[in-house]
Structures are given as C-alpha cells and as structure tokens.
Design a protein around this ligand. Structure first.
Ligand code: SAM
Length: 273
C-alpha cells in the first residue's frame, strides 16, 4: 500500500490548479456573491436550523461561499481547507462580506494541530468525504471540535451513486464501481475541472470510497449520536451526464429510471457532559 500522503499531495496540487479557474468561472459568480445573497439551499437551512449567534466550523470549505452564506445568516464562522488558493479567495471574500470570519489552511485530518476551540455546529457538504483516506480519523476530528450539546451536519453525495458509470451518456444506470471502499483509492483521469470544461488541464485524482455504514460507524465510534440520516433522490452537482436540474438547483435522474439515493444528509450530536 502506498502512503496516503502521496495521494493527498497529488490531490492538493490538483485543487491548487483548479481553484483559481473555478473561482473565476461564471458558475461561481464571486462578484454576485460579494453583492449579496445566500448560497445555502433551503433544505440544508431547514435541517441545520437557526444558526444566528452560534459558532460554526465548516470543514473543506473550498472558496468559502457556503461558509460566508452561513455568516450572512448570523453564524460566527470558521472555514478550513487544505488548498492555499481556496483559503486566500475565502479571506478576500470575507473582507467584504463578513470580516470576522476566520479561514484556516490545514488538512482536515490534522486540524487539531492548527486550530483550537469547540463549535456549536460542524458543517461539511457536497464533495468532501471521498477526498479523505481515513474516515475514523475524520470522525475523531469532528468529535474533537464539536462542543458538548453541539452537532455535526453532513450533506454529501450517496455512496450508492458512486457505483454508477458516469461515462454513460444516455439515460441508463450501469454499475461500474464497488460499493465498499478499499484502503487504496480509486484513480480517475480528468481533462478539466468541473465548472470549467474549456480548461485543458489533464491529470489524475484519487478518491476513497466510504459506505454509509462506514460513515455512521465512524461517528458512533467517536462518541456522536446520530439524530437522523436522510437519503435523497437528487444531488448538488451533475454526477451523470443525463441528469437534469430542477428549479431548486438539485440534479435529478430523468423520468423513467428507478429512483435511487443520490445524496444523504446526516445530523449527529455530541452528548452534553
Ligand atoms: C468539492 S470541494 C467542496 C465544495 C464545497 N462544499 C463548496 O460548495 O464550496 C472539496 C474541497 O475539499 C478540499 N479538500 C480535499 N481534501 C482535503 C483535506 N484532506 N483537508 C482539507 N481540505 C481538503 C479541497 O481543497 C476542496 O476545496
């Protein structure tokens, strides 16, 4: 088995190349975000609940759009990402949007060496867990930073959806990948970052599979109590070429295909001592 750091270095370099291109893309519309608004979807807002006056730690915050959306809703926010370019963009946005927001550059699995404190809410979403080689360690980090009585909220693509062959262009669900993750990651070749198809930037990304059981068991082992685990027939980005976007921005399978879970949301509480 290769050292996971080898893959993480590769992935971090990929994010370093991708992030400025994504941040400049029309899809991100940073100027529009600076001018106002909230990128947080209604479903997540409802499931997380009132954040006004509460401290919120956003893991793998990318360029901080979601972090700063929570800030606009009244949370006291801290964002973490291991990509220096993402953190720099987030800090520059924060200067205009929420000057008290804090952004930390760190590997999420090593975060206790870079950040102190405990938070009412730990939030992470949309394309995060697959980048992590060690879910048990992730859950320990989450538990470490969750204040007693506070909670973790995750919204993530569903591991069952990752089994599908995303190279099939016509509306057909074809299984290609195993449901159960291995210690070695899967390697995916790419030509350009999502959101910037015109950029020719070929490379290989490495991703680890984590079953839903892995997620729940890791959190339980870290002492968190699952309040709910909801599975949804839509996802935040176009995982398959033939998905269509609904009026709320979610990507769905076209009519005629069997319904299956494409994402999940989970809330887990750290018991008060
Ligand atoms: C798909 S993006 C998350 C997008 C985010 N939910 C949003 O909408 O803004 C994944 C992020 O995870 C970060 N990342 C990947 N592995 C990481 C790690 N081990 N530690 C910290 N950040 C990591 C990447 O730099 C990237 O910004």
């Amino acid at each position: 088995m290769r050292d996971p750091q080898t893959y993480l270095r590769n992935n971090r370099e990929m994010w370093r190349q991708w992030t400025p291109l994504k941040a400049a893309s029309a899809q991100y519309d940073l100027a529009g975000f600076r001018a106002g608004g909230c990128r947080m979807r209604a479903l997540e807002r409802a499931e997380v609940g009132e954040v006004r006056g509460r401290s919120l730690l956003h893991l793998q915050c990318h360029v901080g759009l979601d972090t700063l959306s929570w800030a606009r809703l009244g949370a006291r926010v801290t964002g973490v990402d291991f990509c220096a370019e993402g953190v720099a963009t987030a800090r520059s946005l924060a200067a205009d949007v929420a000057p008290s927001a804090v952004f930390v550059e760190a590997d999420v699995l090593d975060l206790p060496s870079h950040l102190d404190g405990a938070f009412d809410i730990v939030y992470t979403s949309h394309g995060v867990l697959g980048w992590l080689p060690d879910l048990r360690r992730w859950a320990e980090v989450v538990a470490h930073f969750t204040a007693p009585g506070g909670f973790l909220y995750v919204f993530e693509s569903h591991p069952a959806a990752w089994m599908l062959d995303n190279k099939v262009e016509h509306p057909e669900l074809k299984l290609r990948y195993s449901y159960f993750g291995e210690s070695e990651p899967l390697a995916f070749e790419y030509r350009s970052p999502i959101a910037v198809p015109e950029a020719e930037l070929p490379g290989v990304e490495y991703a680890w599979g984590h079953s839903l059981g892995d997620v729940v068991s890791a959190l339980a082992a870290a002492g968190l109590r699952v309040e709910f685990l909801h599975e949804w027939p839509f996802v935040a980005w176009r995982m398959l070429p033939f998905m269509t976007q609904d009026q709320d921005g979610w990507w769905r399978l076209p009519d005629g295909l069997p319904a299956m879970p494409l994402s999940f949301s989970l809330r887990a509480t750290k018991p008060s001592t």
